[in-house]
Design a protein around this ligand. Structure first.
Ligand code: AR6
Length: 181
């Protein structure tokens, strides 16, 4: 199952799958600011990628602020890189949206710096961190679509949603996405 749109020469795609199976050059992770590992997609990525991910995080970084991202190698994953992004815990404050958008944007900036042309993202913050999926999906898709309009170096951004409700919500948000002419 998949839905997609083209933005310039790039593709923005929404699929229902497991992010640890993706063959994009990079995969995004929904990490915490301590970069300590955890459950959800973070646990799945560390299990599939192996211990080199945590070793590299510990050696190179002292945590990561909410709304930002850091990069490691992909270890045993097909993806060559993992971008560990820290989304906000949902609080209901207007800051949530800015921080969630920033987590995606900073991840894409790391891709551009590293000449990475394809990345798969999970739905950051909508699991343990409690962000309502309807709102989070609009923020996620609008942020990455805006980035793609300005940076044609990234050829593919794929959202990989685990459960069918989250997938359907992202498909609906993709259909509603308003792109400037
Ligand atoms: N592939 C794709 N998506 C997945 C996978 C997978 N293998 N596994 C889970 N998801 P969450 P958050 C979905 O809770 O809300 C961790 O403990 C999941 O169904 O992983 O940002 C971290 O260490 C949901 O739709 O991330 C942090 O402490 C989405 O991924 C905290 O959770 C995000 O859910 C971050 O919470």
């Amino acid at each position: 199952m998949a839905a997609k749109i083209n933005i310039g020469k790039s593709t923005l795609e929404v699929v229902q799958s497991d992010i640890t199976l993706q063959d994009t050059e990079a995969v995004g992770n929904a990490a915490n600011s301590a970069l300590a590992g955890g459950g959800g997609v973070d646990g799945a990525i560390h299990r599939a990628g192996g211990p080199s991910l945590m070793a590299e995080l510990k050696a190179r970084y002292k945590g990561c602020p909410t709304g930002s991202a850091v990069m490691t190698g992909g270890g045993n994953l097909k993806a060559k890189y993992v971008i560990h992004a820290v989304g906000p815990r949902y609080s209901g404050s207007p800051k949530d949206a800015a921080l969630l958008g920033a987590a995606y944007r900073e991840s894409l900036e790391l891709c551009s710096q590293q000449n990475i042309s394809s990345i798969a993202f999970p739905s950051i913050s909508t699991g343990v961190y409690g962000y309502p999926v309807e709102e989070a999906s609009r923020i996620a898709l609008n942020t990455v679509a805006n980035y793609l309009e300005r940076h044609q170096d990234i050829k593919l951004i794929r959202f990989v949603l685990f459960d069918s409700r989250t997938y359907q919500t992202y498909v609906a948000a993709l259909k509603e996405l308003v792109l400037p002419e």
